[in-house]
Design a protein around this ligand. Structure first.
Ligand code: G3I
Length: 371
């Protein structure tokens, strides 16, 4: 059944490409989740609007193309526990119900992150209070979604670029061991979910070494960790393929799954790498920073497609070590990169355009299975 769906997609590809080029009939698109069915799951992040079912075009695309969903924001602590001790599971539950109904899985994002904390948690100054928030949040949320999510990004972005521990509110008040403790609590409350450490730039050598130390520490404490998420917020023409390959090999040598959890390839000018949400660019009124408001030039479109193709060739080479590839958004219009690190730009980082139509990058990714 799985194999048949896959081969139908591949066999139909030339005809599909031809139809698309001539715009004669509505094309029958190959399907990402089927094409890569035997390799890894293919996911997308959903906005709250999409989870609430208010983006119908996204809805039909998502049901068709993807088999695993991550809430872009809705399961972060500021939304799940907006008031101390009061949990709001409505949107998260809607997502897990939707996924179950449509034969998809959900990855919870994220139990412990220093960013997007509820306002009351940001002002906590005592170790005891933060420990109480930390324990109760993980226990309550992880238990609520046990058996309903495939896995959790248990801790997000605990490292500095040099691989040392980031001085977040959790590290400062609870100490470096907060990461291991988060995994211990999550494992107790949610024995049926996979547990992941997730970060950006953790394919880079120093940060990767820090992540490996962290993972070994968790394992050394006898606590379960099932996977590592490399977010994959990269830039056109500068995707670090060698470091990505080294990372796949080094992380999987620890006996854990490797996944690419927030994939997008930015096409606009930027003077730094990564996804540190507090980092911004200056001179935001400079129109040179927003060059493609009228559309993406063919040459850039092609470079984007080439980068995605090279990336997926690498993913396929290591398909035995990679469990999931998740794009950070359904289409270009939704991407967080339209608003960061410069507000109000027109970015093109994903496989589907603002009209929910597949881009050359989409076909290039599909075609990697034919090579
Ligand atoms: O909730 C408020 C809403 O009340 C208000 O009306 C609206 C007005 O702007 O803002 C809403 O908050 C926004 C929030 O997303 C929820 O929609 C914030 O402004 C906006 O900054 C925030 O951005 C998110 C960002 O995380 C925050 O750190 C992005 O959508 C989301 O894509 C991004 O995702 C992160 C991952 O979780 C972790 N890795 C990096 C990645 C990219 O930053």
């Amino acid at each position: 059944m799985k194999i048949t769906r896959f081969y139908l997609s591949i066999i139909a590809l030339p005809a599909i490409l031809n139809c698309t080029a001539q715009k004669k009939v509505a094309p029958l698109l190959p399907v990402l989740k089927d094409v890569f069915w035997n390799d890894f799951s293919v996911g997308t992040a959903l906005s709250a609007l999409q989870i609430e079912g208010r983006d119908h075009k996204a809805d039909s695309l998502v049901k068709k193309q993807f088999n695993v969903l991550t809430p872009e924001n809705s399961m972060k602590s500021m939304f799940l526990q907006p008031e101390w001790g009061k949990f709001d599971f409505r949107i998260g539950d809607r997502l897990t119900d939707y996924a179950a109904k449509n034969n998809m899985q959900v990855v919870g994002h994220t139990l412990i992150w220093h960013s997007q904390l509820p306002a009351y948690a940001q002002t906590i100054r005592s170790k005891d209070s933060l420990q109480a928030f930390f324990n109760n949040h993980i226990r309550t949320v992880a238990a609520h979604y046990d058996k309903k999510v495939l896995g959790w990004d248990v801790v997000n972005e605990a490292l500095n670029e040099d691989g040392t521990m980031r001085p977040s509110i959790f590290q400062r008040l609870l100490g470096d061991d907060f990461v291991t403790e988060a995994f211990r609590l999550a494992q107790e409350a949610s024995p049926n979910s996979e547990l992941y450490y997730n970060d950006y730039n953790n394919e880079q050598p120093a940060k990767r070494a820090g992540a490996i130390r962290l993972i070994k520490k968790i394992q050394g404490a006898g606590v379960r960790i099932d996977g590592v998420g490399i977010q994959g917020h990269w830039h056109i023409g500068k995707v670090p393929f060698d470091d990505i390959e080294k990372s796949i090999l080094e992380y999987s040598a620890l006996g854990i799954k490797v996944m690419f959890t927030e994939l997008d390839i930015e096409v606009l000018p930027r003077n730094f790498t990564g996804a540190e949400v507090n980092q911004r660019m200056r001179n935001t009124n400079d129109t040179a920073l927003n060059p493609y408001t009228a559309g993406l030039p063919d040459s850039v479109q092609k470079q984007l497609a080439d980068d995605y193709a090279q990336l997926f060739r690498l993913f396929l080479k290591h398909r035995d070590k990679i469990s999931r590839i998740t794009f950070w958004g359904v289409n270009d219009g939704q991407s967080w990169l339209n608003g960061w690190p410069v507000p109000g730009r027109t970015n093109y980082p994903l496989l589907f355009d603002r009209n929910y139509q597949p881009k050359p990058a989409y076909y290039a990714v599909i075609a990697t299975k034919q090579q």
